[in-house]
Design a protein around this ligand. Structure first.
Ligand code: UTP
Ligand code: MG
Length: 692
């Protein structure tokens, strides 16, 4: 069991982690007096200003950022008609570090914000952007991603208009005094590198640190900046149904009564001293809107339970009561920026203030003060040089890497092909099964006609046979009848008059034939119908055979829903593989481009062109005809030189090259060092916009 402190309740490891805070909470003398000399503050000022100059955003980064924004704008214009994309945050206020993100706000009311963000996330993933994350449950939902080429992080929010206004406010503060920017950036850099500037990890956001820094500049004596939100004429505006007071003074510099002449170093020392020695948040709320911290009571932001110390002692508690280290948003005054804090994060913040002041008290420097605590959380350098990692590599190594990637790509492509074929088969199977199901219906329909027809056939056959079992063809009866009729009606030969008996027989035969004719006609009709039904039945049976033949015997494979599922599963499997393929192709393209560029740079033609470009014109040929070693030895010994000797000598490094040559040894070494100078990592090409 680890030992706990009786006063703070901290375990051993907590006492170690927050040693300075623990010390302060358990000692009687609360505050440590500042013994920081003017030398330390001067040195700090110098170091900070030097650091600030290193934070200038390079042209290539600016160009890349602009490129990304332009590209997104174009895509959004098509996807979200009538939308507007606005940049806000530090890249707009000027209070950004060189590794700061780009904050973008898409103003669009055509669809629900979360749906829009979902669509954006999908689009970015399809584009192969890295680390695309949708943070849907934050106060302001955003999509975060990292530009895969430059590693610049980008946040996109929807209809976040208030942030556009507070960015304007921060910019106005930055414009008030030349010390604002270095002061704020120094604090942001310190907080970032000490691991206390990450809302997602339960510490303050970058924006919150900016507000803390500005409050410090408002409250130092005399103030460096005045409260810009003051003025009798108020600017009230309704945004998304809520009214906000967006007043900003037109000329804030005129608001200061006294001039503050402290250096940035002194201002920073004051800052760390006041927060470490007089922890303000027990009683106060940071409020740049008021120009000074305001009392918790007045703001009605009482610290809610669990309090920080209780929360960290309770191992199971990850939650912190509301208004722990309250910071009021300058426009959205109901918003407390400390709502993101977690118990350990709040403790870390306090510890870091104490550490910073201790280091400064001990005469420590800027590097020590801002020593990176969690390197993995700090992205210090957006990369705009597409070939940075390749410049120092041997060309053979690049070729080997290219070969590896190419074989990786071909494996991936064949895996994709296999899956694609499997998917096609699954779709075909599903279709076939679907068709079978339709055919089955058809088959049933036909089969259903067979039985009634068969019954009908039986019935007709019976009728036909019952009418005349001894079927005599009608045509024969008709012939016979006409013959009898003729006999009965022909002219009588007086010499051969038929006997009465004979005539009676003929008449009765005729009547017999007549009756037979009636029967036979009926039989013929029934027989015809019988034949027709038989034909129909035969057709139906052969149709049935056809339907059966055109079906596929694949029912053993299951139902088509399974194949649909399989096709969908394969598609899901293929999506990340397609992304991977795109990535590999991009990387292969990059390596190939580098090999092309570097081989061009080292080719004799390129060297020749480079010389032409640098104004040395084509004396090369002439110089090649001259024996440089002989010219140099003549020059060294004071011998006579012609004009072309002199030109060749100047082009090969001038008089100094004679001594260099003498002291550096062989010509071969010389050649070697010259070759180095035209290696691909030198010169303008590597830095040109093309490489961005
Ligand atoms: P960031 O935290 O990115 O701050 O919030 P930043 O000022 O841009 O700092 P870096 O350089 O990226 O680290 C971006 C913007 O979002 C708004 C502010 O306008 C802020 O400038 N914001 C942020 C809020 O309005 N409220 C918040 O709680 C956080
Ligand atoms: Mg930002």
């Amino acid at each position: 069991m680890s030992k706990t402190c009786e006063i703070t309740g901290f375990t051993n490891s907590q006492q170690e982690r927050w040693a300075l805070t623990h010390g302060q909470l358990t000692s009687n003398s609360k505050s440590q007096t500042s013994e920081i000399s003017s030398t330390v503050s001067e040195k700090l000022s110098k170091e900070v200003l030097q650091f600030i100059s290193s934070q200038e955003v390079s042209k290539s980064i600016t160009a890349r950022k602009e490129g990304i924004i332009k590209d997104l704008k174009k895509r959004f214009d098509i996807k979200f008609r009538g939308s507007k994309l606005t940049t806000f945050g530090s890249s707009k206020s000027g209070l950004g570090l060189r590794n700061g993100d780009v904050d973008l706000c898409l103003e669009f009311t055509g669809e629900k914000p979360k749906k829009v963000l979902n669509k954006i996330a999908r689009m970015l993933r399809d584009d192969g952007m890295e680390d695309v994350t949708l943070i849907a449950h934050a106060k302001v939902p955003i999509v975060k991603f990292v530009d895969q080429r430059s590693k610049i992080p980008i946040d996109i929010s929807i209809n976040n208009s208030l942030a556009i206004y507070n960015t304007k406010l921060l910019k106005a503060y930055s414009d008030c005094d030349s010390r604002v920017r270095p002061f704020v950036l120094a604090i942001k850099h310190w907080a970032l590198h000490r691991g206390i500037c990450n809302a997602a990890y339960g510490t303050f956001s970058s924006y919150a640190w900016t507000l803390i820094a500005l409050q410090s500049l408002q409250t130092t004596k005399p103030p460096v900046v005045a409260n810009i939100q003051q003025g009798s004429k108020r600017n009230l505006k309704v945004i998304e149904g809520t009214e906000y007071d967006l007043t900003m003074h037109d000329n804030p510099r005129t608001l200061l009564e006294e001039n503050n002449s402290q250096s940035v170093g002194e201002l920073l020392i004051n800052f760390f001293e006041s927060f470490s020695q007089n922890w303000p948040w027990d009683e106060k709320v940071i409020s740049i809107r008021s120009g000074d911290m305001i009392a918790r009571n007045k703001k009605k932001w009482k610290q809610q339970k669990p309090h920080i110390l209780d929360a960290v002692i309770d191992e199971n508690n990850l939650r912190l009561g509301k208004h722990s280290l309250p910071i009021e948003d300058p426009f959205d005054t109901l918003h407390d920026l400390s709502r993101v804090l977690r118990p350990e994060g709040a403790m870390d913040i306090r510890e870091e203030f104490l550490r910073a002041f201790k280091i400064l008290n001990e005469g420590g420097n800027w590097n020590k003060l801002t020593k990176t605590k969690f390197p993995e959380l700090v992205n210090d350098s957006p990369n705009t040089d597409l070939f940075e990692d390749l410049r120092m590599m041997e060309s053979q190594d690049v070729k080997d890497k290219l070969g590896e990637l190419q074989s990786e790509l071909s494996v991936l492509e064949s895996e994709l092909e296999i899956r694609n074929n499997e998917r096609k088969n699954a779709i075909d199977m599903s279709k076939a099964l679907r068709k079978n199901a339709e055919l089955q219906k058809e088959e049933n329909k036909i089969a259903n006609t067979l039985k009634p027809r068969r019954e009908k056939i039986e019935q007709v056959k019976k009728q036909r046979d019952s009418v005349n079992n001894n079927y005599i063809p009608v045509y024969w009866i008709e012939n016979e009848m006409s013959k009898v009729f003729e006999r009965l009606t022909e002219q009588v030969d007086l010499m051969r008059v038929p006997s009465l008996q004979k005539e009676k027989e003929l008449f009765s035969w005729f009547f017999e034939l007549q009756s037979m004719y009636e029967h036979s006609k009926k039989t013929r009709e029934l027989h015809n119908e019988f034949k027709k039904l038989l034909r129909e039945q035969k057709n139906a049976l052969s149709e049935l055979e056809n339907v059966k033949d055109s079906g596929n015997d694949i029912s053993v494979f299951g139902d088509f829903a399974n194949f649909d599922e399989l096709a969908h599963k394969l598609l899901l499997e293929m999506n990340p593989m397609h992304n991977e393929k795109r990535k590999l192709k991009r990387e292969i393209g990059r390596l190939e481009a580098w090999l092309r560029i570097s081989s061009r740079k080292n080719s004799p033609k390129e060297r020749f062109n480079n010389k032409k470009r640098s104004g040395r014109r084509n004396y090369t040929k002439k110089r090649n005809d001259i024996n440089m070693a002989e010219v140099k030895s003549r020059a060294a010994s004071g011998g006579a030189l012609s004009l072309s000797d002199l030109d060749a000598l100047l082009n090969s490094g001038g008089i100094s090259s004679i001594t260099n040559q003498q002291s550096n040894g062989s010509n071969r070494d010389k050649k070697k060092s010259k070759k180095k100078n035209i290696s691909p990592h030198r010169g303008n090409r590597g830095r040109s916009r093309k490489n961005i």
